[in-house]
Structures are given as C-alpha cells and as structure tokens.
Design a binder for this molecule. Structure first.
Ligand code: IMP
Length: 423
C-alpha cells in the first residue's frame, strides 16, 4: 500500500479542499502535512459552503480518519473556532480527527511577530496572511518551539512564558507600532488549549506505519502551492514550509518509497494572493473578469487575488519537482466567454527564450511567450460528462497534457461536489 499525495501546483487556492472532499470516499485516512491556518480549504455541498483552515478536508466523511501531521503548525484559537463551527453538523470530531504530538503550536506572540516583521519590511513585505506561520516555523527550526506533545508535560507553561517573553522583546526590537493586549490574547489561547487537549494526540508517523501495514488507504493533503514552497517557490515571497511532495515525507514521517500517486491540482488560469513575481498576471479587463467570475477572494483573508493566464512554464516546473502522476484542472467554467485564451509556454528572459523557471524572475527580466487558443462560449456549470465539453475546451486540455506529459484526470466546472467530471 502507498500514500497518495494531493498538492497545489501554483500559488495556492487551486481548489484542493474540494478535490480532497470528492476523493475522500476512496481513502480511509486523510492527513495534512504542512502549513497552518494560512490555508483556507473551501468545500461546498448540499448548498452549504465550508472553509477549513487546519482541519483536514476529510472531516465530513463518516468513514475517514483525519490526521493533523507533525509538519503542520496549529493555532489553538483558530482551531477551536473551526471545531465550534462544525458543532451544528453533529460530527463526532474526537473519533474522526487525531493530532500529531510533534506538530508545533502557534502562540499569540507568533502572530504579533508576524505583524511586526511585515510592518518593518514596508514595501518589501511578503503579503503574509499574518497567522504567525513564519515565526512559528522559525522557532521550530531554531529549536525553540512548543509542540502539541508538550501539553502532556508539567512544565509546558513555563516554556510558554519564557518563549512569549522573548517574543515580546523581539517585537520591541522591530520598533513598529503594534498594539496588543497579551493578557487578553492569553485568556483566549489557554481556553483553546483545553479544546485541543480534548482531542487524541498520537505519534502520527507510527499510526501511519501501522495503517499502511493493515492496508489502509491514505491521502496526504497539501496546503498552499508549489510556487510558495520555501525552497522551490518564488523566494522570499513564499510560505515557510515545504509545500512540495517531499514535504509530505517529512511532514508525516512517510518514507519516499511509500508514496504512490501524486495528484497535482491547478486552475485553468493562474492566481496569486500577496506580493511577489507573477509573469502572466493581467492588469486589464480580462484579469478583472477572471477575478469576478471566479470569485477570486482569499478564503482566509478575504484579499482580492491577482489573476492571469495559465503559465505552463511554472506548471511544468511544479510537475517535475513533485513527480506529478495525475493532473486535476479546476475552474474550467471561469474561462467560458473569452473569445481567445492565452497559454504561456516559454519566457523571454533577458532577450533569450527559456522554458524553465529561472532564479531571478523579477518583472523587468521576464516576459511571457504565449500560444493563443480559441475560447468557448458554452456555460460549463451544468455539464455532467466529458462528452458535453465544447471542442475548444478539449483542445485546451489536450494542449496542456501534451506540454506537461501528464494526463488530466479531473476537470472541475463549479464549486459543488457534483460539478466534477472524471476522465
Ligand atoms: P504566510 O504563509 O501567511 O506567511 O504567507 C506567505 C505568502 O504565502 C503570502 O503571499 C500569502 O498570501 C501566501 N499564502 C499563504 N497561505 C496561502 C494559501 O493558503 N493560499 C494562497 N496563498 C497563501
């Protein structure tokens, strides 16, 4: 048995939540392996829209066990809110979701540090979601972090105090105007810790080994996207974890040889939220239309997403780094109504044509080289089978498959579970 991976191939927001939800029925276990509440996984079914930040997207399926892996960073306050939001759905969460003891905790002061760091950067800010992700991973690699398993030990509050005091000194060092009342934040934090402690803590790497031995099927759910990977993304405009396939090995304790299918999700166009390079970004009416029709606003921060044409150079890079074996194309319906569509197949990089993502992709160095294709008019949102695809959509998919050398197995034509065409 193997662990299948599901990853975003662009700058996040590809629609991973929906696909995990659609695929969950095929898996016994869904495991998140990195990131934290900077993610916003949107699921829509039975006329209700759900947004999950830390809870794995398999939570709505009765038979699935959900695991928050060691690579994830957990903000107990946000986690508690997510759990409370699920109250009305009568989900027995403690029996369906287990937490790795090795996952790190986001403290209130991590969030404050994130805000201070961004404010100090001024124009060069990353455009962080300000959920404390960067400072928490810094404490993890700096070997200062507090882990979920620490909550089972007697001295964790002393560790907490020492770290929070250090953070306050760091906030003062930034010398920016950050207003906060730590006492109030701590009341909320310690109450949320009690909710967290009501869940089962596990040694998730051991749990998954045993699950594999007993032939359970496992899907590892990524957050963000490959171009936000700390190593392979558009650094420094990235998140602080490995969002690519290798991150699933370190974020769950699964050996590389145990990875099975690698399912790569991408939108039929491209979006990005936050700062950083985006070669195919559109600043015109076409980009505006994509944003409006695609409802491109962040699920976590509500920020407007930047929109642009599909970038096959960046996508090819993501397919290679992750070893993608199957592709899933989301939001095909958003492209209906454009007379023609452009797809970037190469870059003009300082006067030279290149087909890979270079180290330095600042705007002044790069311009996209496009192949133009015919668009389609047909509304796709009611389509139930591939045979109803307009021929221009089929040509668009064929082109992508030829360029990336990986089959497109799912085409999504709307936010609902039902609007999913398997190929
Ligand atoms: P952070 O991870 O909150 O520090 O944000 C770093 C960068 O990653 C910013 O540009 C964010 O907008 C982006 N980012 C973080 N999480 C997500 C996500 O789930 N979807 C899309 N972008 C994200």
């Amino acid at each position: 048995m193997a662990v299948d991976l599901l990853l975003g191939l662009q700058w996040g927001d590809e629609g991973k939540g929906k696909i995990v939800d659609v695929l969950t029925r095929n898996y016994d276990i869904i495991a998140r392996f990195q990131g934290g509440p900077n993610a916003g996984h949107t699921l829509e079914f039975d006329g209700i829209k759900h947004v999950l930040h830390t809870i794995p997207s398999g939570i709505f399926h009765e038979n699935a066990i959900n695991i928050v892996g060691n690579g994830v960073v957990i903000d107990p306050v946000i986690f508690k809110k997510e759990i409370d939001n699920l109250d009305k759905f009568n989900i027995d969460i403690p029996s369906r979701m287990f937490i790795s003891r090795k996952a790190h905790l986001i403290l209130p002061t991590h969030r404050l540090l994130d805000a201070a760091s961004e404010a100090a950067k001024g124009k060069a800010k990353i455009g962080s979601t300000l959920k404390g992700i960067g400072p928490t991973y810094m404490d993890k690699t700096g070997r200062n972090g507090i882990r979920v398993g620490d909550l089972e030990l007697d001295d964790w509050k002393e560790k907490y105090r020492a770290l929070a005091d250090k953070h306050e000194a760091m906030i003062r060092f930034y010398d920016v105007d950050i207003q906060y009342n730590l006492k109030e934040l701590e009341v909320e934090f310690f109450a949320a810790i009690e909710t967290l402690k009501s869940l089962k803590f596990i040694d998730s790497e051991e749990y998954l080994q045993q699950a594999l031995k007993s032939e359970k099927t496992i899907l590892a759910e990524g957050a963000q996207g490959s171009l936000l990977d700390i190593d392979f993304g558009t650094y420094p405009y990235v998140t602080s974890s490995n969002t690519t396939a290798a991150g699933a090995c370190t974020g769950l304790g699964v050996a590389p040889g145990k990875i099975g299918e690698v399912l790569g999700i991408f939108k039929a166009y491209t979006t990005r939220v936050g700062s950083g390079p985006f070669p195919t970004e559109l600043f015109d009416e076409v980009g505006e239309t994509m944003g409006r029709v695609g409802n491109e606003f962040g699920a976590t921060t509500g920020r407007k997403r930047r929109c642009g044409w599909l970038d096959l150079v960046a996508l090819r890079y993501a397919v290679q780094v992750n070893g993608v074996t199957q592709l899933m194309m989301m939001k095909a319906d958003v492209l209906s109504g454009f007379e023609s569509l452009k797809v970037c197949t190469a870059y003009n990089y300082r006067g030279e044509t290149i087909e890979h993502l270079p180290f330095n992709i600042e705007e002044q160095n790069i311009s996209p080289i496009y192949t133009e294709m015919k668009g389609w008019d047909k509304d796709l949102t009611n389509i139930t089978s591939e045979s109803d695809f307009p021929e221009e959509l089929t040509a668009y998919i064929d082109f992508i498959e030829k360029e990336l050398e990986v089959p497109v197995k799912i085409v999504s034509v709307g936010p609902d579970r039902k609007q999913t065409i398997m190929r």
